[in-house]
Design a protein around this ligand. Structure first.
Ligand SMILES: Cc1cc2nc3c(=O)[nH]c(=O)nc-3n(C[C@H](O)[C@H](O)[C@H](O)COP(=O)(O)O)c2cc1C
Length: 340
């Protein structure tokens, strides 16, 4: 096994991976035998939006792929096995990684730093950039305007259904960083800039999503308009329906999720997932039927893709790597503290 000089360098690169609501739930610990234990920080779970923890597990898979890409740059390969260590409430072992010398360079490693979610209106895009996705067995490309408009409509309908759940909104709000004065603006969650909101729009969103307010707007029949995203979705060059075997473990799904997004970046496109289309049973069933995605497949998400207008990019909000790398001592302390 190669000698890893500083796990925090690898982890900082791995943590550029996508994670649901930017919760960054993955933690890392070096074991005495040189392997790396991957753990879930249970305090980052979305108990309402992701009750089964599948999106968290997909996020771990994306982070593991991120670590694998960071290792490939250094000539190391990564073997991923199931962790057998006992779980505790706050830190649940997810996987065990063994590094070895001799990885081939991975061309996607080049795009890790530039991949990011773009939630604004697209400025066109080259349709030829989609050709490579047409031949992927786990992607259905929707590029006709009616097809994209239909998905935009379904996305708004499914989005409204989830926004009608006050607990879902409260959880989402707890991860939204609506003002630059928020001390977590640069650290995690969804800040107004990443959501493509002006400070005025962000303040309004904070009000509209509050318990009582949203219900009042809904009674007036305007709630849907306030949370609608259809115009943005319709500006997409295409929507990529990402589907995987229904019985695939979510860690493997997450690894592919990250790689697909890097391939989108490599093709010169930007993307935003619309996971509500996969999580909402009615929307998912309708999409699978319309696009001939078989019952043995699971719709994971739908990426709207296109070209982002040129813009100034701030660094992505991320936790410092030092907080993600756990020493055995800090793990014990967490355990003794009852997982806080
Ligand atoms: C499993 C999963 C589901 C996601 N679903 C959505 C989504 O429905 N809408 C969205 O805007 N972003 C979604 N994202 C993107 C994350 O919000 C994003 O990766 C995170 O905020 C970090 O930002 P970055 O992608 O720019 O690094 C999802 C990411 C993951 C891993």
């Amino acid at each position: 096994m190669p000698v890893i000089p500083a796990l925090s360098h690898l982890v900082a690169e791995a943590n550029l991976a996508p994670s649901v609501h930017n919760t960054q739930p993955t933690r890392w610990r070096r074991l005495e035998d040189g392997a790396i234990l991957v753990l879930e920080d249970g305090t980052r779970r979305l108990h309402v939006g992701d009750p089964g923890g599948r999106d968290a597990a997909v996020s771990h898979g994306a982070a593991i792929e991120g670590l694998s890409l960071a290792c490939a740059k250094r000539g190391w390969s990564v073997r991923v096995t199931t962790a057998t260590d006992p779980p505790d409430d706050a830190l649940r072992p997810v996987a065990r990684l063994e590094l070895a010398d001799g990885a081939a360079p991975d061309p996607l490693a080049h795009f890790v730093a530039t991949r990011r979610t773009y939630r604004g209106r697209f400025a066109g895009g080259d349709p030829a950039a989609l050709d490579g996705f047409e031949v992927m067995p786990d992607v259905a490309v929707v590029r006709d305007r009616d097809g994209v408009a239909g998905l935009a409509e379904l996305n708004d309908q499914a989005g409204l259904r989830s926004f009608r759940n006050a607990a879902f909104r409260a959880e989402l709000l707890s991860w939204m960083r609506l003002s630059r004065r928020d001390p977590r603006w640069h650290l995690d969650g969804l800040n107004a800039e990443a959501m493509e909101m002006s400070s005025f729009e962000a303040a309004c969103a904070g009000l509209v999503l509050r318990r009582g307010m949203f219900e009042a707007f809904d009674r007036l029949g305007v709630a849907r308009t306030l949370v609608a995203d259809a115009a943005v979705v319709r500006s997409a060059l295409a929507v990529l329906l990402f589907h995987r075997p229904a019985d695939e473990d979510p860690i493997s799904t997450g690894r592919r999720f990250h790689r697909l997004w890097l391939e989108i970046t490599a093709a010169g496109l930007t993307a935003a997932p619309m996971t509500v289309l996969a999580d909402d049973g009615a929307a998912s069933a309708q999409i699978k039927a319309a696009h001939r995605i078989g019952s043995e497949r699971r719709l994971i998400t739908a990426f709207r893709v296109g070209r982002a207008p040129p813009r100034r990019l701030s660094p992505k909000p991320r936790l410092p790597a030092a907080q993600l790398v756990l020493t055995p001592a800090s793990a014990d302390e967490r355990w003794r503290a009852g997982g806080t």
